[in-house]
Design a protein around this ligand. Structure first.
Ligand code: FAD
Length: 465
């Protein structure tokens, strides 16, 4: 039996009961940290609402008590956004799950926010459609988290980022107001497009409870290949050729030498005789064969070697190397997710690598990512690292981003970890407008405070910014 000790807890228990309100040992360990593994505090109260009305009532009470609420989806985020502070209320969406409807005529599915992405993908497939949102964490991340982070992933080149695949959504504001904007139409120009406010807002403007997602026709084939490319210029030329010559191009991922070498060896997989300077993973969805494109690319000397997956197992092996799971075993791995103009990506990667190696000669610097979307990831380990090394490496990575007028986050969001660097990619006027929107929707700053930018809850952090 729960023994309430604070008035908010008592009010939540009275309104929602022990079925929804968890404290003490009933709070699962996963509530402490997302996949960035930077969370160190457990929430004091953990809510698992079953209905939108539960979310609304919980927020109304937390807002009245001015208590911060940390919103938690699948906890696969990499920016610390779902990590609570000690004393927070955490609100998990895991029970608000399931596919409500697949509307074939509208080409849309209505899904609860707590639905695991893979579950939604399978439901779409069973109905003969493709749900274009896709990323490596598909088995654990939730639709609500995908929308809150405007997730990118591996299908962006053909279908855009998450915000391009959403027709409508429902969200609950900090004061408990439910904004139901479950539009199913492709066109709707009736005033502000409110759903876009919540998509990519990282839980700072509202709790997303439901979404209407666009569906595409399911392709009737798929081919995946790895290509050896001798220079970055050739990788860019190959991208141009692929956009023009491959119908249904659905992935264009580039791996720099250190990354490909490390990841393929760690997986015990060898695809080429030599260690290639760049390897490009190309995937196309559709009936046409990729072979003709590769032959032309050989003739134009854009590629020097290639292998087409001969089985689903081999296709998954290609992706296993590209996902780079083995890097997680490097000590104190620092993950970065940056966007720059495509033509600048290699210059940027070289400059960062050189500066890191000059400062830390034994460091590991891996570069890979969604080159077709102007987005690369850097994985850096300087050995066992403390805060000083983390700050120094962050500064190197992000200062070079600023020089190229890039984005310090392409798809993982700002969360808590990149807050200090928002100003590298956004002007003071843009940040002021973001703050004004936050204040208008959440005047007491209870929803995911301290994410994206410092808030007045912690004056010391404001002073720092
Ligand atoms: C192996 C792996 C591969 C990945 N690959 C990619 C990739 O290719 N592309 C990419 O973009 N990301 C990738 N990620 C990062 C992560 O999976 C995505 O950001 C994902 O969208 C987060 O979803 P989640 O449900 O786990 O959210 P969480 O981690 O639980 O939360 C993320 C943020 O969203 C907020 N939030 C969660 N649910 C809601 C809601 N219902 N309403 C309002 N706010 C909410 C949280 O408060 C937090 O700020 C990867 C992560 C891993 C571990």
């Amino acid at each position: 039996m729960i023994q309430p000790t604070d008035p908010l807890l008592q009010a939540l228990l009275d309104a929602l009961g022990e079925d929804v309100v968890f404290i003490g040992e009933r709070i699962p360990a996963k509530a402490k940290s997302d996949e960035s593994r930077t969370g160190h505090a457990m929430p004091t109260i953990y809510l698992r609402p079953r209905r939108v009305s539960d979310v609304s009532e919980a927020l109304r009470l937390c807002n009245a008590a001015r208590r911060p609420v940390t919103i938690q989806g699948g906890m696969t985020g990499l920016a610390g956004g779902a990590n609570p502070d000690a004393g927070d209320v955490a609100l998990s969406l895991d029970r608000l799950a399931g596919v409500e409807e697949v509307d074939r005529d509208a080409g849309a599915m209505t899904v609860w926010a707590g639905t695991v992405l893979e579950t939604a993908q399978k439901a779409a497939e069973e109905a003969g459609f493709l749900l274009p949102i896709d990323l490596g964490a598909r088995g654990s991340c939730q639709i609500g988290g995908n929308l809150a982070n405007n997730a990118g992933g591996i299908r962006v080149i053909s279908h855009g980022v998450t915000r391009d695949n959403v027709l409508g959504l429902e969200a609950v504001l900090a004061d408990g107001t439910v904004i139901s904007s479950l539009n199913k139409m492709q066109k709707n120009n009736t005033g502000y497009d409110l759903k876009q406010l919540f998509i990519g807002s990282e839980g700072t403007l509202g709790v997303i409870t439901r979404a209407v997602l666009k569906l595409k026709p399911l392709g009737d084939g798929r081919e995946t290949c790895l290509c050896v490319v001798e220079s970055y210029e050739a990788a860019v030329a190959l991208l141009h050729a692929a956009r023009k010559g491959i119908a249904g191009l659905s992935a264009y991922e580039v791996m720099w030498r250190t990354f490909f070498d490390f990841s393929s060896k760690a997986e015990g997989l060898r695809f080429f005789e030599q260690d290639p300077p760049f390897v490009v993973l190309i995937e196309q969805s559709g009936a046409a064969s990729i072979e003709g494109f590769l032959e032309a690319a050989f003739e134009q000397e854009l590629i020097s070697d290639a292998v087409i997956a001969q089985s689903e197992k081999q296709r998954l092996d290609f992706w296993k190397v590209r996902e780079g799971y083995a890097l997680d075993h490097l000590p104190d791995l620092m993950n970065y997710d940056v966007s720059l103009p495509i033509g600048d990506l290699d210059t940027y990667a070289r400059a960062v690598t050189d500066e890191i190696l000059a400062a830390y000669p034994d460091a590991h610097v891996s570069v890979f990512g969604h080159m077709g979307d102007s987005n690369i990831h850097l994985c850096i380990s300087v050995g066992k690292a403390g805060d000083i090394e983390h700050d120094a490496v962050d500064a190197i990575v992000y200062d070079h981003v600023r020089r190229h007028k890039g984005a310090v986050s392409a798809e993982h969001g700002i969360g808590r970890l990149k807050r200090a660097y928002l100003g590298h990619s956004r002007s003071p006027e843009e940040i002021a407008l973001m703050r004004a929107i936050k204040t208008a929707l959440d005047p007491h700053c209870i929803l995911n405070p301290e994410r994206i930018f410092p808030t007045s809850r912690h004056p010391d952090v404001v002073a720092e910014a």
